[in-house]
Design a protein around this ligand. Structure first.
Ligand code: SAM
Length: 209
């Protein structure tokens, strides 16, 4: 198993018990996502964690396949109340279990700062979507300068935490850098926002060209 997946397996139980860190920003994000969902959409969520977001979005769309590469996260998700149109699956972006051109919407929240092969991952998202399909993501952009005192400090501690296995791979991405990656993977960006503004958790909606 990949070392990064092992890290998330170990923290899955604790992650499931954590309250949402910024409920206003979370609700704002859900509202924006719902505005893009149609009742017939086949939605794929990557890095779904313990599945809460998929379960909340389920009434607004056709079906959701919610995936995560961590067995522990998927076990926590499956332990939640079943919803007919949501299925959980242990898989990462490159899994052969996911069929190219078979999703109307692909989503990844709080994920892309953690993905090592980010450009390849975004190219796969492009291929997983139908032409004209929508990619919705939200990514902490901790490469930005104005993070605030607490996160500025935390950012400096990440390399030390990684040395002792207390942090996974983390990319110090900027907003401009992230948007360029998405556009280069063959998308037209149609909406952006920051929920919250500081530290910026950058919301991007992009259409497959
Ligand atoms: C910070 S959590 C976010 C979970 C959820 N999306 C949320 O917003 O609460 C990151 C999740 O991404 C998963 N993850 C990290 N890297 C991944 C990768 N390369 N492929 C698939 N899942 C990944 C982890 O297992 C973890 O569940």
């Amino acid at each position: 198993m990949k070392p990064n997946a092992q890290f998330w397996d170990k923290v899955a139980l604790k992650y499931a018990a954590q309250p949402i860190s910024n409920p206003d920003a979370y609700e704002q994000t859900l509202d924006r996502v719902v505005s893009y969902l149609k009742p017939t959409d086949r939605v794929l969520e990557l890095g779904c964690g313990t599945g809460s977001t998929a379960l909340k979005l389920a009434p607004h769309t056709g079906s959701i396949l919610a995936t995560d590469f961590s067995e522990g996260m998927i076990a926590q998700a499956e332990a939640k109340m079943g919803v007919d149109n949501v299925r959980f699956l242990q898989a990462d972006t490159f899994s052969p279990l996911l069929e190219d051109g078979s999703f109307d919407v692909v989503m990844g929240f709080n994920l892309y700062h953690l993905v090592e092969r980010i450009d390849e991952a975004m190219a796969r998202v492009h291929d997983l979507l139908v032409p004209g399909g929508v990619f919705i993501s939200k990514t902490p952009c901790i490469g930005e300068r104005s993070l605030g005192l607490k996160f500025g400090l935390l950012k400096r501690l990440i390399p030390l935490m990684q040395l002792v296995g207390k942090a996974p791979f983390v990319r110090f991405e900027t907003i401009a850098g992230l948007e360029a990656r998405i556009a280069n993977a063959g998308f037209e960006i149609i909406e952006t926002g920051n929920y919250p503004l500081r530290p910026p958790n950058h919301f991007v909606v992009a259409r497959r060209l």
